[in-house]
Unconditional design. Structure first.
Length: 442
């Protein structure tokens, strides 16, 4: 077996072991980079670690630290309250509020699982209280977070645009973000109207903040614990008082605005800016910052840095060129593009979307070199295919939806998510490939 095939087999083993044994893929990837680089290609540590993404590490730590502090000081809860008040408490609009808030959090830099972990319990509390289909609410949160995935400030956007730039592929961060957002918005519309949205509109109910009667059968302990401070009625205690903008929340909101302006207008480093805002918050309120460092998504940081480091080893030893040339050798370039998108969707349904994108986008370089495929369209199609399947119950986002569903409906939600997730495995690559690669010509 050639060294390139050995490195590919190791990459497949990484995803298989990580899926079956719940071991962090990043840790496995670091071990793989060490083993493959040292014993197969006889590289030394400096060469093996040359692909470590230091800039990406700073971005991930800075952004997740900032959002951990925003969650601790109540800024995230304030944003949700503000969004609900903006629709005047209309129950029919609440699923869309959850969609929009999830999208905004991820677009501003929160990792998608973190946003779902924050918003899903709140959304499920609303679903329980106002008899909204829990599957609808969960999917609106998941696809809301997916809609914000490829923002220039978002983690996946930073990763994907960085890989595109390093691979010398023509890219368009704006097109990538908007095409993914439109795709998920369309999915959300299908979800809403297929799972009870019309009935909610006809009922015309409004959200209230009065305590639920002790005998109310719809009120449960789950609603109490997950409602947080958004004014959702519960059985065991009255609704929490409406949050207002205090000093810490004001600083956080201004910091988020400054992060967006500095990154988009002045092209300042996202990670260093996020770290700066987090430090300012820590100086202003040390008690809030005390536990925030422990809430940084270190697992995500390890996963992404490990995968990118191993992909760097693959690039250095020629495996990426070998695979890309093999795919490009497929007689029909359009078919080769569809194969790449399908691989991304299938593997991402079980494994890490970030890891898959970091590994697959470089493989498309030789295919794009033929000139038969538009680079911008293929990158967008691959990104959409690999990210929308995060609603699978085997992914982190899907699992969070199941975990936060009412206990008597968890089995049902699990089965329905499995059907939905694996339907997208088939539909998303074909649809995105048709629109963005075949018809688009971008």
């Amino acid at each position: 077996m050639s060294p390139q095939l050995i490195s590919i087999a190791v990459l497949a083993a990484i995803f298989l072991i990580g899926t079956l044994r719940s071991i962090n893929l990043g840790a496995l990837a670091f071990v793989a980079a060490f083993v493959v680089g040292t014993w197969v290609f006889e590289d030394h540590s400096p060469e093996i670690l040359a692909g470590f993404p230091a800039n990406l590490f700073v971005i991930l730590v800075g952004v997740t630290l900032l959002f951990a502090m925003a969650k601790s000081n109540g800024t995230v809860d304030w944003l949700v309250q503000w969004a609900v008040r903006a629709v005047r408490g209309r129950v029919a609009a609440i699923p869309w509020v959850m969609f929009a808030v999830s999208a905004a959090l991820v677009a501003l830099g929160a990792v998608s699982p973190a946003a779902v972990a924050i918003i899903a319990p709140i959304g499920m509390a609303f679903a329980l209280r106002y008899h909204i289909n829990p599957l609808m609410m969960g999917l609106m949160v998941v696809h809301g977070s997916a809609a914000g995935n490829f923002s220039p400030l978002g983690v996946l956007g930073v990763i994907t645009n960085g890989v595109v730039e390093r691979s010398d592929i023509p890219g368009s961060p704006t097109f990538l973000f908007l095409s993914n957002a439109v795709f998920n918005l369309a999915l959300a519309a299908v979800i809403y109207f297929a799972l009870g949205g019309v009935a909610l509109i006809r009922q015309g109910k409004r959200a209230t903040e009065e305590p639920v009667n002790e005998e109310d059968p719809t009120a449960t302990g789950n609603a109490t614990s997950s409602a947080g401070s958004v004014g959702v009625a519960t059985r065991t205690k009255p609704a929490v008082q409406t949050l207002t903008l205090n000093r810490d929340r004001t600083i956080t909101v201004l910091g988020m605005v400054g992060l967006a302006v500095g990154s988009l207008v002045f092209d300042l480093d996202v990670g260093l800016m996020a770290m700066t805002v987090a430090v300012v918050l820590a100086l202003a309120s040390p008690e809030t910052a005390k536990d925030a460092l422990g809430q940084v998504s270190w697992g995500v940081v390890l996963l992404i840095c490990g995968i990118v480091t191993y992909v760097g080893v693959l690039e250095a030893i020629g495996t990426v060129d070998y695979l890309g040339t093999t795919i490009a050798a497929v007689s029909a370039p359009l078919l080769a593009a569809l194969i790449v998108c399908a691989i991304g969707a299938i593997v991402s349904a079980f494994a890490s979307t970030t890891g898959i994108l970091g590994a697959l986008i470089p493989l498309a370089v030789p295919l794009l070199g033929t000139g038969s495929i538009g680079a911008v369209g293929l990158v967008a199609a691959l990104s959409i295919s690999a990210s929308v399947v995060d609603s699978s119950p085997f992914s982190t986002n899907g699992a969070l939806v199941v975990a936060n569903s009412p206990k008597d409906k968890q089995d049902t939600v699990y089965r329905q998510l499995m059907i939905w997730g694996f339907s997208l495995v088939l539909i998303a690559p074909l649809l995105s490939w048709t629109v963005l690669v075949c018809m688009g010509g971008w």
